[in-house]
Ligand binder design. Structure first.
Ligand code: NAD
Length: 476
């Protein structure tokens, strides 16, 4: 596939290509241009030229265009989901969820477009003020490979609705569905040049977006280390940054919890998308009164999970997205095994052999009794490995849960309101779920504390973050 600049498919200026592989088989499925600084400059110039016309449409008109695009995405969801599974690996039912989730985001922003309003401030004899929101201009978006479609929606929906134009870079391993969706948005009426997709590596295209002085805001989702590099690169310019970074979400199960529901929550929370989700359950803390019963049920559920090619039927877990991701996970589990720091209750190995072709499969893994300062608890485990630890009381659980440099999400599983209130007050996280984990609908502001990032996506918060405030002061 080619990249998209100015509503057209274009080749890269340098003539380089990046192969896109199917992580279930290791085979190349397509290729995209390996863009450079020059491609980014061309996309930014195009986005700048398109800015006025797109900003001058009413918010309602832009909302209708998003709504029309959402309708086409829903009509084509099966083909789009298939493409997403081919490039990302996730089971087809998860791809269908994600593609429909993208349509849902566009519909949400189309819905709130009817309520665009500002404020008036009356100052008596001094006059009156009218306060409105204006688009920022050209924005940049850099997205990861784990939820490429959903995260594209989180950025494209509010940025375009607010009247900005956009230059977006998908991850090198998952550019294809993004390019298809951009084509659908263009065909639905997004003005040519308002949404541009430049494919290529982070070091070339990503950093060129961050360094470009014409780009007023960069919204980045990815690893903490990359987020920090982006902050440094952006430091030379006055531009806004949203950084949606890594997480190591704790899940706390109290002894009054509905055990079956909590087991389901842990399995879905950890193993959805082969564990490659920013708000996955990455540390599980279980009250000691119920720990042995809970862990037995959990292990049985994990053992029943089927791993395989995401396009096959009845698959719970697809391959990891790349050989490199699988290697990172394998190393951490090997460290646990070699240091005898924890007991691997189930899993703990890469799946190979004919049934798994040359894909990047890893058996879902449960580890008990690892020490809280092992990498299993201190780093972000971005794969299907779940460490579990017992706790004696809520104070200890909260202390353990807060022992992290991250602060994205967290959950508590309980029927008790006092426990809920205590956890809500004392846990350091951007979103706290009760008897639930992972769900992030477009209405709900989403983002992290501490090293999990800066800023919020979704809801009115995201729309506001793609706008600046302008005041008209009337001295009568
Ligand atoms: P990554 O940081 O390696 O890559 C993310 C994007 O940044 C890719 O498009 C990549 O090409 C680009 N990039 C890489 N180096 C760059 C550079 N020097 N300059 C500019 N761009 C650069 O992250 P990843 O491995 O793709 O994604 C996984 C990470 O993303 C995990 O840490 C996960 O928790 C996090 N994540 C966070 C959220 C959230 O909303 N907080 C959501 C999803 C994923």
């Amino acid at each position: 596939m080619l990249m998209r600049i100015g509503g057209k498919e274009v080749e890269g200026i340098d003539g380089n290509w990046i192969e896109v592989k199917n992580p279930a088989t290791g085979e190349a499925i397509d290729r995209v241009p390996g863009g450079t600084d020059e491609d980014v400059s061309s996309a930014v110039d195009t986005a700048l030229a398109a800015s006025d016309a797109w900003a001058k449409k009413s918010m309602r008109e832009r909302g209708m265009i998003l709504f029309n695009a959402a309708r086409v995405v829903r009509e084509q969801h099966k083909d789009l989901a298939r493409l997403l599974t081919l490039e990302q690996g996730k089971p087809i039912h998860e791809s269908i969820d994600e593609v429909r989730g993208f349509a849902n985001i566009l519909e949400f922003y189309a819905g709130i477009s009817a309520h665009s309003s500002g404020e008036t401030i009356r100052l008596g004899a001094a006059g009156d003020c009218m306060v409105i929101k204006e688009p920022l201009g050209v924005c940049g978006a850099i997205i990861p490979w784990n939820m490429p479609v959903l995260i594209m929606g989180w950025k494209v929906g509010p940025a375009l609705l607010a009247g900005n134009t956009l230059v977006l870079k998908p991850a090198s391993t998952t550019p294809l569905t993004t390019l298809k969706l951009a084509g659908i948005l263009d065909a639905a009426g997004v003005l040519p040049g308002s949404l541009n997709i430049v494919t290529g590596s982070g070091e070339s295209v990503g950093s060129a977006i961050v360094r470009n002085p014409q780009i007023r805001k960069v919204s980045f989702t990815g690893d903490c280390l990359t987020g920090n590099k982006i902050r440094e690169m952006a430091a030379g310019h006055i531009k806004d940054l949203t950084l949606e970074l890594g997480g190591s979400d704790p899940m706390i199960v109290m002894d009054d919890a509905d055990l079956d529901k909590a087991v389901d929550g842990a399995v879905r929370g950890r193993f959805y998308n082969a564990g490659q989700t920013c708000t996955a359950v990455k540390r599980l803390y279980v009250h000691e009164n119920i720990a042995s019963r809970f862990i037995k049920k959990l292990q049985a559920r994990i053992d029943s999970l089927t791993v395989g090619n995401g396009l096959a039927t009845k698959i719970d877990i697809g391959p990891m997205n790349s050989a490199g991701q699988r290697e990172k996970i394998s190393q951490i589990v090997e460290e646990t095994r070699n240091d005898k720091n924890g007991t691997i209750l189930t899993g703990g190995y890469a799946l190979k052999g004919t049934a798994y072709e040359k894909g990047y499969f890893y058996r879902p893994t449960l580890v008990a009794d690892a020490s809280p300062d092992s990498r299993l608890f201190t780093s972000e485990i971005f794969g299907p490995v779940l460490p579990v630890m017992n706790f004696p009381d809520l104070d200890t659980a909260i202390r353990l849960a807060n022992t992290t440099r991250y602060g994205l999400g967290a959950s508590v599983w309980t029927k008790d309101l006092t426990t809920t209130k205590r956890v809500f007050d004392d846990l350091k996280a951007g979103i706290i779920w009760v008897n639930r984990h992972l769900t992030v609908p477009p209405e709900v502001p989403f983002g992290g504390m501490n090293e999990s990032g800066i800023g919020r996506e979704n809801g009115q918060h995201a729309l506001d973050s793609y706008s600046h405030t302008k005041t008209l002061f009337l001295g009568w």
